[in-house]
Design a protein around this ligand. Structure first.
Ligand code: PMP
Length: 357
């Protein structure tokens, strides 16, 4: 081990770098929107870029206008909101604000890997609870684990990435009510099934909702996310926020997006395409180890009879999210444009034909 490596924190030394697959082929791997930027936004962007003053100076560190617009959208106060560089940064703030050396967070498995990774980066440890066979959240087990493990934070994701299912309302309420710790409710894909628990933040001061402009708003490139919660918990998260965290253009674009109604139609179109892919593939369920799972988000979890099915899809020019370990027969495919989705359906049908009985 080199001297420099030795000087790195113990957890970091053992860690692999977070890598994203290189982009080749149709990009169906990161749950981005298939819709291009609107002409209205493009025109405004050109405007903003020619006003030199906007970018010469630091952004509004408190994102006041954006928080006010979001507060109006959700019928809350701006003190209920915190803007971050993607919801990724919000996950970091949660772990940074609440974890001390050795503290635990409880995370679903399978789910978004950043909850555990960020906990380790913030001196904590992650304990996983397995989702049921059909990927439902096992409420009793989770609550029992909360009592035993005494985590600082319980992470919940609805609809869950990569399984696509949402946590039923009654289960979610019990989990939030009885967890006995901070509950981080990730609704990154909430817009695709009208999942929104903002009204709960008044009742549960220990809950934070994680939202993003990356998925339904089709703005993954601006890296804008936000938290909704009681002013007390928002204030705590704000203490670990570096100044000027969200850039000027990101704030402006997010603010503009909130005034544009077209994203609602886009969500409907994405959900319709998702259901079309699901129906087209569902007929193969149970055949040669194949299974497509129902989804309430903008992606589908698909299981194959073969190992590493992502490779055959990539060879056909379709880049999907592939997994290792226990999930090595699975891929997660983002709902793309209709022509991309047609190609995906055709290629998968061929793969099933090719697979051994
Ligand atoms: N939560 C979940 C469940 C996600 O899938 C993602 C993106 N993959 C994020 C949060 C982070 O999204 P962003 O940082 O772009 O807001």
């Amino acid at each position: 081990m080199s001297r420099v490596e030795e000087l790195a924190r113990r957890e970091i030394r053992r860690m692999e770098n977070y890598r994203v697959q290189p982009v080749t082929g149709e990009k169906l791997d990161a749950n981005e929107s298939p819709f291009p930027l609107s002409d209205g936004l493009k025109a405004r962007l050109a405007d903003w870029l020619t006003k030199e003053e906007d970018l010469r100076v630091y952004p509004d560190t408190d994102c006041v206008e954006l928080r006010e617009a979001l507060a109006e959208k959700y019928g809350v106060k701006k003190e209920n909101l915190l803007c971050t560089v993607g919801s990724d940064q919000l996950i970091d703030f949660l772990n940074r604000a609440f974890l001390e050396e050795g503290d635990r967070v409880l995370v679903p498995e399978p789910s978004f890997s950043m909850y555990a990774l960020s906990a380790v980066l913030n001196h904590g440890q992650a304990e996983a609870f397995s989702l049921d066979e059909d990927y439902a959240y096992p409420v009793e087990e989770i609550l029992e684990q909360c009592c035993r493990v005494r985590p600082k934070i319980l992470y919940l994701c609805t609809p869950n990435n990569p399984t696509g299912n949402r946590i039923p309302e009654a289960d979610l309420r019990r989990l939030v009510k009885e967890a006995g710790c901070i509950v981080a409710l990730d609704e990154a894909y909430g817009e695709f099934c009208k999942e929104d628990h903002t009204s709960w933040i008044r009742e549960f001061p220990h809950m934070v909702i994680l939202k993003t402009f990356s998925k339904a708003y089709g703005l993954a490139g601006i890296r804008a996310g936000y938290a909704l919660g009681d002013p007390e918990i928002i204030g705590i998260l704000d203490r670990v926020r570096p100044p000027y965290n969200l850039g000027t253009l990101s704030q402006k674009i997010a603010l503009f997006a909130l005034t544009q109604p077209e994203y609602k139609e886009q969500i409907e179109a994405i959900c319709k395409e998702r259901d079309r892919i699901y129906e087209a593939l569902k007929i193969y369920n149970g055949k040669k180890g194949f299974y497509v799972y129902p989804s309430e988000a903008n992606f589908l979890l698909i299981k194959f009879g073969r190992e590493n099915p992502g490779q055959a899809l990539l060879a056909a020019g379709l880049l999907v999210r592939a997994y290792g370990g226990k999930m090595s027969r699975f891929v997660r495919a983002t709902v793309g444009r209709p022509d991309q989705n047609d190609r995906l359906i055709r290629r998968i049908a061929r793969m099933i034909e090719e697979d051994e009985e």
